[in-house]
Design a protein around this ligand. Structure first.
Ligand code: PLP
Length: 403
Protein backbone atom coordinates (compact mmCIF):
# COMPACT_ATOMS: atom_id res chain seq x y z
CA UNK A 1 0.00 0.00 0.00
CA UNK A 2 1.21 3.53 -0.80
CA UNK A 3 2.50 5.48 2.15
CA UNK A 4 0.87 8.81 2.92
CA UNK A 5 2.94 11.97 2.93
CA UNK A 6 2.69 12.11 6.73
CA UNK A 7 4.02 8.58 6.96
CA UNK A 8 7.04 9.48 4.80
CA UNK A 9 7.75 12.54 6.93
CA UNK A 10 7.32 10.65 10.20
CA UNK A 11 9.64 7.88 9.07
CA UNK A 12 12.43 10.34 8.36
CA UNK A 13 11.68 12.26 11.53
CA UNK A 14 12.04 9.05 13.55
CA UNK A 15 15.01 7.43 11.88
CA UNK A 16 17.12 10.26 10.46
CA UNK A 17 19.46 12.65 12.18
CA UNK A 18 17.90 16.10 12.31
CA UNK A 19 20.79 17.94 10.66
CA UNK A 20 18.51 19.44 7.95
CA UNK A 21 15.18 21.22 7.95
CA UNK A 22 13.78 20.38 4.52
CA UNK A 23 10.55 21.78 3.09
CA UNK A 24 7.81 19.20 3.73
CA UNK A 25 7.77 17.90 0.16
CA UNK A 26 8.48 14.23 -0.61
CA UNK A 27 9.85 13.85 -4.11
CA UNK A 28 9.55 10.62 -6.01
CA UNK A 29 10.34 11.48 -9.63
CA UNK A 30 12.24 13.97 -11.73
CA UNK A 31 12.79 14.86 -15.35
CA UNK A 32 14.54 17.90 -16.76
CA UNK A 33 13.54 20.93 -14.71
CA UNK A 34 10.51 19.17 -13.17
CA UNK A 35 10.00 16.97 -10.13
CA UNK A 36 6.92 15.17 -8.81
CA UNK A 37 6.03 14.34 -5.23
CA UNK A 38 4.59 11.08 -3.96
CA UNK A 39 1.07 12.39 -4.55
CA UNK A 40 1.83 13.30 -8.16
CA UNK A 41 2.06 17.06 -7.65
CA UNK A 42 4.46 18.66 -10.11
CA UNK A 43 7.04 21.30 -9.20
CA UNK A 44 9.69 23.29 -11.02
CA UNK A 45 13.00 22.53 -9.31
CA UNK A 46 14.35 26.00 -8.61
CA UNK A 47 17.27 24.77 -6.51
CA UNK A 48 18.84 22.00 -8.63
CA UNK A 49 20.34 20.32 -5.56
CA UNK A 50 22.47 23.43 -4.90
CA UNK A 51 23.67 23.40 -8.54
CA UNK A 52 24.41 19.69 -8.76
CA UNK A 53 21.62 19.32 -11.34
CA UNK A 54 22.76 21.88 -13.92
CA UNK A 55 22.03 19.34 -16.69
CA UNK A 56 18.52 18.73 -15.28
CA UNK A 57 17.07 15.64 -13.66
CA UNK A 58 17.85 12.32 -15.36
CA UNK A 59 19.39 13.72 -18.50
CA UNK A 60 19.01 10.80 -20.95
CA UNK A 61 22.66 10.85 -22.06
CA UNK A 62 23.92 10.86 -18.48
CA UNK A 63 21.50 8.10 -17.43
CA UNK A 64 22.57 6.08 -20.47
CA UNK A 65 26.24 6.44 -19.51
CA UNK A 66 25.38 5.31 -15.99
CA UNK A 67 23.46 2.25 -17.21
CA UNK A 68 26.06 1.26 -19.79
CA UNK A 69 28.85 1.50 -17.25
CA UNK A 70 26.80 -0.37 -14.61
CA UNK A 71 26.68 -3.32 -16.99
CA UNK A 72 30.48 -3.39 -17.30
CA UNK A 73 32.35 -2.57 -14.09
CA UNK A 74 31.44 -0.18 -11.28
CA UNK A 75 34.36 0.01 -8.88
CA UNK A 76 38.01 -0.87 -9.07
CA UNK A 77 39.56 1.32 -6.35
CA UNK A 78 42.77 3.08 -7.23
CA UNK A 79 44.73 -0.08 -6.43
CA UNK A 80 44.17 -0.89 -10.12
CA UNK A 81 43.56 1.16 -13.24
CA UNK A 82 40.17 1.36 -14.91
CA UNK A 83 39.40 2.14 -18.55
CA UNK A 84 37.20 5.22 -17.85
CA UNK A 85 39.16 7.51 -15.54
CA UNK A 86 41.87 8.63 -17.95
CA UNK A 87 39.47 9.73 -20.67
CA UNK A 88 37.31 11.58 -18.15
CA UNK A 89 40.26 13.49 -16.65
CA UNK A 90 41.65 14.26 -20.14
CA UNK A 91 38.33 15.81 -21.14
CA UNK A 92 38.10 17.70 -17.86
CA UNK A 93 41.65 19.06 -18.19
CA UNK A 94 41.05 20.07 -21.81
CA UNK A 95 37.88 22.05 -21.16
CA UNK A 96 39.34 23.74 -18.08
CA UNK A 97 42.75 24.32 -19.65
CA UNK A 98 44.50 22.66 -16.74
CA UNK A 99 47.26 20.06 -16.92
CA UNK A 100 46.21 17.50 -14.34
CA UNK A 101 43.24 16.51 -12.21
CA UNK A 102 42.79 14.54 -9.02
CA UNK A 103 39.34 12.94 -8.79
CA UNK A 104 37.39 12.74 -5.54
CA UNK A 105 33.70 12.34 -4.72
CA UNK A 106 32.15 15.16 -2.73
CA UNK A 107 32.97 18.84 -2.80
CA UNK A 108 34.23 18.67 0.77
CA UNK A 109 36.78 16.03 -0.17
CA UNK A 110 37.96 18.08 -3.13
CA UNK A 111 38.42 21.14 -0.91
CA UNK A 112 40.36 19.03 1.63
CA UNK A 113 42.49 17.78 -1.25
CA UNK A 114 43.24 21.33 -2.38
CA UNK A 115 44.19 22.37 1.16
CA UNK A 116 46.59 19.45 1.49
CA UNK A 117 48.02 20.16 -1.94
CA UNK A 118 48.63 23.81 -1.07
CA UNK A 119 50.30 23.01 2.23
CA UNK A 120 52.60 20.38 0.73
CA UNK A 121 53.44 22.70 -2.16
CA UNK A 122 54.31 25.41 0.38
CA UNK A 123 56.69 23.15 2.28
CA UNK A 124 58.31 21.56 -0.76
CA UNK A 125 58.40 24.42 -3.24
CA UNK A 126 58.46 27.53 -1.09
CA UNK A 127 60.54 26.09 1.74
CA UNK A 128 58.11 27.08 4.48
CA UNK A 129 59.09 25.72 7.90
CA UNK A 130 57.34 22.59 9.15
CA UNK A 131 53.72 23.13 10.22
CA UNK A 132 53.82 26.88 9.62
CA UNK A 133 51.79 27.08 6.39
CA UNK A 134 48.98 29.63 6.33
CA UNK A 135 45.98 29.71 4.03
CA UNK A 136 43.87 32.83 3.62
CA UNK A 137 40.09 32.45 3.26
CA UNK A 138 37.10 34.81 3.25
CA UNK A 139 34.45 35.73 5.75
CA UNK A 140 31.12 33.98 5.15
CA UNK A 141 32.85 31.30 3.08
CA UNK A 142 31.29 27.92 2.53
CA UNK A 143 33.64 25.14 1.49
CA UNK A 144 32.10 22.12 3.23
CA UNK A 145 31.60 20.61 6.66
CA UNK A 146 34.71 18.62 7.64
CA UNK A 147 36.40 19.56 10.90
CA UNK A 148 39.26 21.27 9.04
CA UNK A 149 36.91 23.19 6.76
CA UNK A 150 34.64 24.39 9.56
CA UNK A 151 37.82 25.45 11.36
CA UNK A 152 37.91 28.45 9.03
CA UNK A 153 34.18 29.10 8.81
CA UNK A 154 32.97 32.42 10.16
CA UNK A 155 29.51 30.97 10.77
CA UNK A 156 29.07 30.23 14.49
CA UNK A 157 26.62 27.37 13.97
CA UNK A 158 28.99 25.50 11.65
CA UNK A 159 31.64 25.49 14.40
CA UNK A 160 29.80 25.38 17.72
CA UNK A 161 30.41 22.08 19.44
CA UNK A 162 32.91 20.81 16.88
CA UNK A 163 36.26 22.03 18.19
CA UNK A 164 39.19 21.70 18.58
CA UNK A 165 39.89 23.19 15.18
CA UNK A 166 42.66 22.93 12.61
CA UNK A 167 45.05 25.89 12.82
CA UNK A 168 46.70 27.66 9.88
CA UNK A 169 43.87 29.76 8.44
CA UNK A 170 43.31 33.50 8.29
CA UNK A 171 39.95 35.06 7.50
CA UNK A 172 39.64 38.33 5.56
CA UNK A 173 36.51 40.22 4.41
CA UNK A 174 35.18 38.89 1.09
CA UNK A 175 36.03 40.94 -1.96
CA UNK A 176 38.67 43.03 -0.18
CA UNK A 177 41.98 42.95 -2.09
CA UNK A 178 43.69 45.31 0.34
CA UNK A 179 42.85 42.96 3.20
CA UNK A 180 44.32 40.11 1.16
CA UNK A 181 47.52 42.07 0.67
CA UNK A 182 47.75 42.80 4.38
CA UNK A 183 47.08 39.19 5.41
CA UNK A 184 49.94 37.71 3.39
CA UNK A 185 53.04 36.70 5.35
CA UNK A 186 56.15 34.71 4.32
CA UNK A 187 54.25 31.60 5.50
CA UNK A 188 51.22 32.12 3.26
CA UNK A 189 50.75 29.31 0.76
CA UNK A 190 47.34 30.02 -0.73
CA UNK A 191 44.23 32.15 -0.98
CA UNK A 192 41.04 30.06 -1.19
CA UNK A 193 37.73 31.66 -2.20
CA UNK A 194 34.43 31.29 -4.04
CA UNK A 195 34.04 33.58 -7.08
CA UNK A 196 30.43 34.19 -5.94
CA UNK A 197 29.57 33.11 -2.41
CA UNK A 198 26.62 30.74 -2.78
CA UNK A 199 25.67 29.56 0.68
CA UNK A 200 26.32 33.03 2.09
CA UNK A 201 23.40 34.27 -0.01
CA UNK A 202 24.63 34.76 -3.60
CA UNK A 203 27.20 37.40 -2.70
CA UNK A 204 28.83 38.81 -5.85
CA UNK A 205 32.23 40.41 -5.12
CA UNK A 206 33.05 43.90 -6.41
CA UNK A 207 33.91 44.00 -10.13
CA UNK A 208 37.63 43.43 -10.64
CA UNK A 209 38.09 41.36 -7.50
CA UNK A 210 38.90 38.11 -9.31
CA UNK A 211 41.55 39.72 -11.52
CA UNK A 212 43.04 41.63 -8.60
CA UNK A 213 43.10 38.58 -6.31
CA UNK A 214 44.91 36.52 -8.94
CA UNK A 215 47.41 39.28 -9.49
CA UNK A 216 48.16 39.58 -5.75
CA UNK A 217 48.62 35.79 -5.52
CA UNK A 218 51.02 35.87 -8.45
CA UNK A 219 53.01 38.76 -7.03
CA UNK A 220 53.46 37.00 -3.68
CA UNK A 221 53.91 33.52 -5.16
CA UNK A 222 50.95 32.01 -3.38
CA UNK A 223 48.41 29.67 -4.92
CA UNK A 224 45.15 31.19 -6.09
CA UNK A 225 42.58 28.47 -5.32
CA UNK A 226 39.07 29.03 -6.62
CA UNK A 227 36.24 26.88 -5.31
CA UNK A 228 33.85 26.57 -8.25
CA UNK A 229 31.94 23.65 -6.78
CA UNK A 230 28.74 25.66 -6.88
CA UNK A 231 29.52 28.39 -9.43
CA UNK A 232 31.27 26.20 -11.98
CA UNK A 233 30.09 24.18 -14.96
CA UNK A 234 27.82 26.80 -16.44
CA UNK A 235 25.88 27.98 -13.42
CA UNK A 236 26.83 31.68 -13.71
CA UNK A 237 26.65 31.97 -17.49
CA UNK A 238 30.25 30.96 -18.21
CA UNK A 239 31.76 27.50 -18.01
CA UNK A 240 33.62 28.79 -14.93
CA UNK A 241 32.69 31.88 -12.98
CA UNK A 242 36.27 33.20 -12.94
CA UNK A 243 35.95 33.64 -16.72
CA UNK A 244 33.77 36.70 -16.09
CA UNK A 245 37.02 38.61 -15.46
CA UNK A 246 40.28 38.67 -17.44
CA UNK A 247 43.53 37.16 -16.14
CA UNK A 248 41.85 35.42 -13.25
CA UNK A 249 42.45 31.76 -14.08
CA UNK A 250 43.29 30.09 -10.75
CA UNK A 251 46.35 28.00 -10.03
CA UNK A 252 44.05 25.42 -8.47
CA UNK A 253 40.43 24.92 -9.52
CA UNK A 254 37.98 22.90 -7.41
CA UNK A 255 34.91 21.34 -9.05
CA UNK A 256 32.10 19.11 -7.82
CA UNK A 257 28.30 19.04 -7.85
CA UNK A 258 27.29 19.21 -11.57
CA UNK A 259 30.41 17.24 -12.51
CA UNK A 260 28.32 14.23 -11.49
CA UNK A 261 25.36 15.27 -13.65
CA UNK A 262 22.94 14.93 -10.74
CA UNK A 263 23.35 11.18 -10.49
CA UNK A 264 26.66 10.51 -8.79
CA UNK A 265 29.02 12.37 -6.44
CA UNK A 266 32.01 13.41 -8.58
CA UNK A 267 34.52 16.12 -7.67
CA UNK A 268 38.02 17.06 -8.75
CA UNK A 269 40.95 19.32 -8.08
CA UNK A 270 42.72 20.68 -11.16
CA UNK A 271 46.11 22.31 -11.42
CA UNK A 272 49.47 22.38 -13.20
CA UNK A 273 51.69 19.32 -13.27
CA UNK A 274 54.47 21.06 -11.34
CA UNK A 275 52.04 21.69 -8.47
CA UNK A 276 50.25 18.31 -8.58
CA UNK A 277 53.67 16.62 -8.52
CA UNK A 278 53.94 17.19 -4.78
CA UNK A 279 51.46 14.34 -4.31
CA UNK A 280 53.29 11.04 -4.44
CA UNK A 281 51.93 7.50 -4.06
CA UNK A 282 50.47 7.11 -0.59
CA UNK A 283 50.13 10.85 0.14
CA UNK A 284 46.41 11.08 -0.50
CA UNK A 285 43.54 9.01 -1.84
CA UNK A 286 39.97 7.83 -1.81
CA UNK A 287 38.45 4.37 -2.29
CA UNK A 288 35.76 5.74 -4.59
CA UNK A 289 37.58 8.67 -6.22
CA UNK A 290 37.93 8.15 -9.97
CA UNK A 291 35.77 5.03 -9.98
CA UNK A 292 34.58 3.91 -13.43
CA UNK A 293 30.91 4.78 -12.78
CA UNK A 294 31.85 8.28 -11.65
CA UNK A 295 34.23 8.70 -14.59
CA UNK A 296 31.66 7.54 -17.16
CA UNK A 297 29.00 9.79 -15.64
CA UNK A 298 31.48 12.66 -15.37
CA UNK A 299 32.44 12.35 -19.05
CA UNK A 300 28.76 12.35 -20.07
CA UNK A 301 27.98 15.29 -17.77
CA UNK A 302 30.73 17.38 -19.37
CA UNK A 303 29.64 16.36 -22.87
CA UNK A 304 26.07 17.48 -22.16
CA UNK A 305 27.23 20.82 -20.77
CA UNK A 306 29.36 21.53 -23.82
CA UNK A 307 27.16 19.99 -26.57
CA UNK A 308 24.01 21.68 -25.32
CA UNK A 309 25.82 24.98 -24.71
CA UNK A 310 24.47 25.14 -21.17
CA UNK A 311 26.75 27.97 -20.00
CA UNK A 312 25.43 30.11 -22.88
CA UNK A 313 21.84 29.15 -22.05
CA UNK A 314 22.47 30.01 -18.41
CA UNK A 315 23.78 33.45 -19.44
CA UNK A 316 20.80 34.12 -21.69
CA UNK A 317 18.04 32.77 -19.44
CA UNK A 318 19.67 34.22 -16.34
CA UNK A 319 19.89 37.72 -17.80
CA UNK A 320 16.27 37.43 -18.98
CA UNK A 321 15.01 36.30 -15.56
CA UNK A 322 17.08 38.84 -13.65
CA UNK A 323 15.74 41.67 -15.81
CA UNK A 324 12.16 40.51 -15.23
CA UNK A 325 12.73 40.11 -11.49
CA UNK A 326 14.06 43.66 -11.27
CA UNK A 327 10.64 44.89 -12.43
CA UNK A 328 9.05 43.36 -9.32
CA UNK A 329 7.78 46.24 -7.29
CA UNK A 330 7.66 44.67 -3.88
CA UNK A 331 8.20 46.70 -0.71
CA UNK A 332 9.80 43.69 0.98
CA UNK A 333 12.65 43.24 -1.52
CA UNK A 334 16.02 44.61 -0.45
CA UNK A 335 18.14 43.42 -3.38
CA UNK A 336 18.11 41.14 -6.40
CA UNK A 337 21.49 39.97 -7.65
CA UNK A 338 23.37 37.23 -9.41
CA UNK A 339 25.04 36.06 -12.57
CA UNK A 340 23.58 33.65 -15.09
CA UNK A 341 21.10 31.32 -13.44
CA UNK A 342 22.54 31.90 -9.97
CA UNK A 343 20.16 34.49 -8.58
CA UNK A 344 19.40 35.64 -5.06
CA UNK A 345 16.44 37.70 -3.89
CA UNK A 346 17.14 39.28 -0.52
CA UNK A 347 14.20 40.48 1.57
CA UNK A 348 14.36 43.40 3.99
CA UNK A 349 15.33 42.75 7.59
CA UNK A 350 11.99 44.26 8.65
CA UNK A 351 10.21 41.48 6.73
CA UNK A 352 12.07 38.72 8.57
CA UNK A 353 12.68 35.22 7.26
CA UNK A 354 12.10 34.32 3.63
CA UNK A 355 11.22 30.70 4.40
CA UNK A 356 7.42 31.25 4.57
CA UNK A 357 7.66 32.57 0.98
CA UNK A 358 9.52 29.42 -0.07
CA UNK A 359 6.75 27.36 1.55
CA UNK A 360 4.11 29.38 -0.34
CA UNK A 361 5.99 28.85 -3.59
CA UNK A 362 6.07 25.11 -2.97
CA UNK A 363 2.29 25.17 -2.71
CA UNK A 364 2.12 26.88 -6.08
CA UNK A 365 4.55 24.44 -7.71
CA UNK A 366 8.02 26.00 -7.38
CA UNK A 367 10.74 24.59 -5.14
CA UNK A 368 13.29 27.10 -3.92
CA UNK A 369 15.25 27.28 -0.71
CA UNK A 370 16.06 30.03 1.73
CA UNK A 371 19.69 30.62 2.54
CA UNK A 372 20.84 32.65 5.51
CA UNK A 373 17.29 33.53 6.47
CA UNK A 374 16.73 36.48 4.16
CA UNK A 375 17.88 35.26 0.74
CA UNK A 376 15.82 33.18 -1.64
CA UNK A 377 18.20 31.41 -4.02
CA UNK A 378 16.91 30.77 -7.52
CA UNK A 379 19.07 28.28 -9.39
CA UNK A 380 16.97 26.15 -11.75
CA UNK A 381 18.57 23.54 -14.02
CA UNK A 382 20.34 25.22 -16.95
CA UNK A 383 18.22 23.28 -19.47
CA UNK A 384 15.28 25.58 -18.66
CA UNK A 385 13.35 27.02 -21.63
CA UNK A 386 12.17 30.60 -21.97
CA UNK A 387 8.49 29.67 -21.57
CA UNK A 388 9.34 27.99 -18.27
CA UNK A 389 11.31 31.05 -17.15
CA UNK A 390 8.18 33.10 -17.84
CA UNK A 391 6.11 30.64 -15.81
CA UNK A 392 8.64 30.71 -12.96
CA UNK A 393 8.61 34.51 -12.98
CA UNK A 394 4.78 34.56 -12.79
CA UNK A 395 4.85 32.28 -9.75
CA UNK A 396 7.53 34.36 -8.06
CA UNK A 397 5.73 37.62 -8.73
CA UNK A 398 2.41 36.19 -7.41
CA UNK A 399 4.09 35.28 -4.15
CA UNK A 400 5.89 38.60 -3.75
CA UNK A 401 2.69 40.48 -4.63
CA UNK A 402 0.78 38.52 -2.00
CA UNK A 403 2.78 39.97 0.91
N1 PLP B 1 32.23 24.40 -1.76
C1 PLP B 1 31.17 25.10 -2.16
C2 PLP B 1 31.35 26.44 -2.79
C3 PLP B 1 29.88 24.61 -1.96
O1 PLP B 1 28.83 25.33 -2.33
C4 PLP B 1 29.73 23.33 -1.37
C5 PLP B 1 28.38 22.77 -1.13
O2 PLP B 1 27.38 23.45 -1.10
C6 PLP B 1 30.87 22.62 -0.98
C7 PLP B 1 32.11 23.19 -1.21
C8 PLP B 1 30.76 21.27 -0.34
O3 PLP B 1 30.35 20.31 -1.25
P1 PLP B 1 29.72 18.92 -0.77
O4 PLP B 1 28.43 19.22 -0.10
O5 PLP B 1 29.55 18.12 -2.04
O6 PLP B 1 30.70 18.27 0.14
Amino acid sequence: MMKTKTEYLNEVDTYSAHNYKPLPVVLAQGEGIWVWDTEGKKYLDGLSAYSALNQGHRHPKIIQALKTQADKITLTSRAFHNDQMGAFLKKLCEISEMEQALPMNTGTEAVETALKLARKWGYEKKGISKDQAEIIVCENNFHGRSTTIVSFSSEAQYRNGFGPFTPGFKIIPYGDVEALNRAITPNTVAFLFEPIQGEAGVIVPPAGFLTAAKSVCQRHQILCIIDEIQTGLGRTGKLFCYQHEPNSKPDVLILGKALGGGVFPVSAVLTAKKIMDVFRPGDHGSTFGGNPMAAAVGSASLAVLIDEKLPERSAEMGAYLLEKLKTLESPIIQDIRGKGLMIGIEVKASFGHVRPLCEKLATSGVLVKDTHERVMRITPPLVIQKSDVNWLFEKLSEVFRSV
